[in-house]
Design a protein around this ligand. Structure first.
Ligand SMILES: [Zn+2]
Length: 281
């Protein structure tokens, strides 16, 4: 099964939602970072939350979900690129045990939308709550001013990640209808929710109201790093510094912290790089 996100909406209710499965991306995060289970769960929650949130964005070049604090969770970032590429990175100072978001000092959650085409980025910023789920719901309440419900599932042991999302749009939706819809997604085990067929169970929420399931968008792990970017960084550092490192280490090794890809440049590559640079001037 490939990873995907799928939006849905009710024809005559101001209510929309999305669901996703990201087992493949969870496996990639595990393979690349080999983080402790608790941290992998948090990274998985960040990508699931971001993907569900992406269903509310018409156009973007990059969406970023970022949590940070001055405590053990220094940084948790998930990026989603136009075209369905995703990556995540976490900098956690704690041990292998619990990853607890409660009581992190100066903890913030930011959602940044980069619309591309030289248009300005915009960002919503809120205080981080006890969980990413609670934080994302608070983000929609405070920053988007449109209530949302998230159910984020990351089962590290089973290798399953995914979830459901509902957003209340402007219009007349009674408090009772909102309660029914969110209550429907809140019941049942995590596993049964992820395995349920949406075309079967979602129409049961409001029998008689048409439900539209949109086309699935395929998702995959992707990083924006490249050899070209690494080379540009080395050119910016300057020949003297790069040559000094080369002499000391025997090669230039650059690891992308977002995907753990290692770029290795030996003597010949470095010479060619600065040779080309000279030839251009
Ligand atoms: Zn990378």
């Amino acid at each position: 099964m490939t990873d995907f996100v799928q939006g849905f909406y009710w024809e005559t209710l101001p209510l929309r939602g999305a669901r996703c499965r990201l087992d493949g991306i969870l496996a990639e995060l595990r393979r690349r970072f080999t983080p402790p289970d608790a941290l992998l769960k948090l990274m998985g929650e960040a990508v699931v939350g971001l993907v569900l949130l992406s269903s509310t964005q018409k156009q973007y070049e990059r969406l970023t979900l970022q949590a940070q604090s001055s405590g053990d969770l220094r940084l948790l970032v998930a990026d989603m690129f136009q075209g369905g590429g995703l990556r995540a990175y976490a900098h956690w100072l704690g041990g292998d045990g619990r990853v607890d978001l409660v009581d992190l000092p100066d903890a913030l959650l930011a959602v940044t939308v980069d619309p591309g085409l030289d248009r300005d980025r915009y960002q919503g910023l809120i205080r981080l709550r006890r969980s990413l789920t609670a934080s994302l719901e608070a983000y929609f309440g405070e920053s988007v001013q449109s209530p949302a419900y998230f159910r984020i599932v990351v089962d590290v042991e089973a290798g399953m990640a995914g979830g459901y999302f509902l957003q209340r749009l402007p219009g007349i939706l009674s408090a009772e209808e909102w309660r029914v819809a969110t209550g429907f997604l809140a019941v049942g085990s995590d596993r049964s929710l992820l395995l349920a067929q949406p075309e079967q169970f979602l129409p049961e929420i409001f029998p008689g109201v048409g439900l539209r399931l949109q086309r699935q968008q395929d998702l995959h792990f992707q990083c924006s790093c490249s050899l070209e970017r690494v080379e540009n960084m080395l050119l910016a550092l300057g020949e003297a510094e790069v040559m000094a490192t080369l002499e000391q280490e025997g090669a230039i090794l650059v690891t992308c912290e977002y995907c753990q890809q290692i770029y290795r440049l030996g003597e010949a590559e470095v010479a060619a790089l600065f040779g080309q640079e000279k030839a251009r001037h």
